[in-house]
Every structure is written in structure tokens, then in C-alpha cells.
Design a binder for this molecule. Structure first.
Ligand SMILES: NC(=O)c1ccc[n+]([C@@H]2O[C@H](COP(=O)([O-])OP(=O)(O)OC[C@H]3O[C@@H](n4cnc5c(N)ncnc54)[C@H](O)[C@@H]3O)[C@@H](O)[C@H]2O)c1
Length: 270
């Protein structure tokens, strides 16, 4: 599929942990489209996952950074600046809820965990952009993306405090998109992806059923991680220069549906 869509572009990709990770697929496709990339993840994920193999395969390196730490992010972007000069694209593919992990229900949240969830899953996006903005690290017409989920707009009963994290994440894309657009034509968007079988996805209670539901509801079926990566590549390419401050649904049509015949048939069979 490679068309050199990102030839000459340099990017930083956060959140590849193992080969199921959406960021993993983005890194592979960005590389095959001619980009030079740097990878980053939190140290524990580097130890537990297989990102070092990905880096080796793509001829790049992994810079450890906890995305909730401004010091770590400053250190990471200093490496990126030394390697690339300015940056053309950034992917924030990070999500983690301690309440979900500790099986705290939405009606019994631990608020210290909640702060950490927001910090890792959403505020980290602002922190990245603030550093890139203040240090003038983005090239003109660059592209910054984060991955979101439709629970930001609609209630998904088991998505817990990740729903508000995604709402905040999407709001940062709009607010920072304004400032970055005025400063140097950089676009900032979120892609709202179908349920996808990854470590983060599978952590949500009832995930397999949500995956099945999405499949039955979406006229095009759930979007896969590879398809999501292809969309990210398009958003990093010069073909999407005037798309900014948007939440872009990449979900096979799910977000516009009420009910589908497939779903009705499914209940008939019960
Ligand atoms: N899988 C789905 O169903 C789905 C659907 C819509 C959106 N998303 C979003 O896609 C993004 C990527 O998730 P994924 O599905 O590829 O799962 P994943 O588990 O492979 O990726 C999540 C990543 O977040 C990283 N991370 C966690 N805490 C971090 C921290 N403090 N600092 C830096 N990185 C940290 C993890 O190490 C991991 O690499 C997330 O934002 C997720 O919410 C996923």
C-alpha cells in the first residue's frame, strides 16, 4: 500500500506496547510511507511489552516517558529535536484508568484514581502540545492526533471514568487546535475509533460483547487497528491540511446508527 505519503516527514508516536496496539500499526505504516519516527512509552510498558522489537524492525529507538510527567515529556522532545529538528506529526495513543483496572464501578469512584486517569489519558495530550507549542517544535502544516471513543458523546454503561477522559481529550483538540492553527497552521484532531481488541480495549468490562454489538450495528463492520492506522496516516499526510479541531468518527457508521436489521435479526434468534 506504500505510496510515500509521509516521505520526508518526522513524527513521534506514543503508545505502541505490543503488536495489537493501534500505535504499533501506525508506526509500521508511517515507516512504510517514508516517515522517520521516534517511539515512546512508559517504562513499565517497555519492559512488559515488545516495543523494543518494533523499534529494531523500524530502525528507530524508544524513548521512555510517562506521558503524565512534564519532565519526561521535555526530555523526550529534546531528543526528538536533536534527531529531527522540527516535527511534522505526533500520535497520542494513550489510555489508562486506575478505577477500571481496580474494578471500581462508576458509582463508587476513587477520586485519587480519577485524577490519575485524567492525567494519563487526557491532560497528557495538553502537556505534549504545550511543550511543542512553547518550544516551537512543530513544522508549519504539521498534524497532531489523539485516539478517542464514542463514550465521550454517548453513555456506554461500562466505559466508566474513561468517558470523561475522552470528552476532555476531544475538548483539548478543539481548544489547542485554535492556538496551534493560528501559530503555525498545525492541525489538531481526535479519531474516534471502533472497539478494537487491544490491551487497553480488553480492559473495559464486557469488551467482547461491545465488540460484537459494534459489529452487528455498523453497516461497514467495526474498523480494525490496521484501518485506524491507515486513517491516521491520511491525517498526517498533506491531503488533510485544512481538517482541524475535529473529532473524526472511524467506526464503520456506528455513530450514525439507531438500530440495524442485523441486530434485530440477532434478537429474533434469541
Ligand atoms: N481498543 C479500543 O477498543 C479503543 C477504541 C477507541 C479508542 N481507543 C484508544 O486508543 C488508544 C490506544 O489504545 P490501544 O487500544 O491501542 O491499547 P494499548 O493498550 O495497546 O495502548 C494503550 C497505551 O497507553 C500506554 N500508557 C499507559 N499509561 C501511560 C503513561 N502514563 N504514559 C505513557 N503511555 C502510557 C500503554 O503503555 C499502552 O501502550 C487509547 O487512547 C485508547 O483509549 C481504543
Amino acid at each position: 500500500m506504500a505510496n510515500n505519503l509521509l516521505k520526508g516527514k518526522k513524527g513521534v508516536i506514543f503508545g505502541a506496547m505490543d503488536e495489537n496496539s493501534i500505535a504499533w500499526k501506525v508506526a509500521e505504516q508511517a515507516h512504510s510511507e517514508g516517515a522517520e519516527i521516534l517511539l515512546s512509552n512508559v517504562p513499565v510498558a517497555i519492559r512488559m511489552g515488545s516495543i523494543s522489537e518494533l523499534a529494531k524492525k523500524l530502525g528507530t529507538e524508544v524513548i521512555p516517558a510517562d506521558a503524565s510527567s512534564v519532565d519526561d515529556l521535555n526530555a523526550l522532545f529534546a531528543v526528538a529535536q536533536e534527531k529531527f529538528g522540527k516535527i511534522d506529526f505526533v500520535l497520542h495513543s494513550i489510555g489508562m484508568s486506575i478505577n477500571v483496572r481496580k474494578k471500581k464501578p462508576y458509582t463508587d469512584l476513587n477520586y485519587d484514581f480519577l485524577q490519575k486517569t485524567y492525567d494519563i489519558s487526557a491532560v497528557s495530550f495538553h502537556k505534549m502540545m504545550q511543550i511543542l507549542y512553547q518550544k516551537d517544535l512543530m513544522n508549519d502544516w504539521g498534524s497532531i492526533l489523539a485516539l478517542s471513543y464514542i463514550a465521550a458523546q454517548r453513555t456506554f454503561s461500562e466505559y466508566n471514568d474513561m468517558a470523561e477522559s475522552k470528552a476532555l481529550l476531544e475538548s483539548y483538540a478543539r481548544s489547542f487546535g485554535y492556538h496551534f492553527g493560528v501559530k503555525n497552521k498545525v492541525r489538531v484532531n481526535t479519531i474516534s475509533q471502533s472497539p478494537t481488541p487491544t490491551t487497553a480495549g480488553s480492559g473495559v468490562s464486557g469488551f467482547d460483547k461491545m465488540l460484537h454489538y459494534g459489529e452487528l450495528m455498523s453497516p461497514l463492520g467495526n474498523a480494525t487497528a490496521d484501518e485506524c492506522a491507515a486513517y491516521c496516516i491520511m491525517m498526517f499526510s498533506d491531503y488533510t491540511r485544512k481538517i482541524t479541531m475535529q473529532n473524526l468518527f472511524h467506526d464503520g457508521g456506528f455513530s450514525s446508527m439507531g438500530v440495524s436489521n442485523t441486530l434485530l435479526e440477532y434478537f429474533k434468534e434469541e
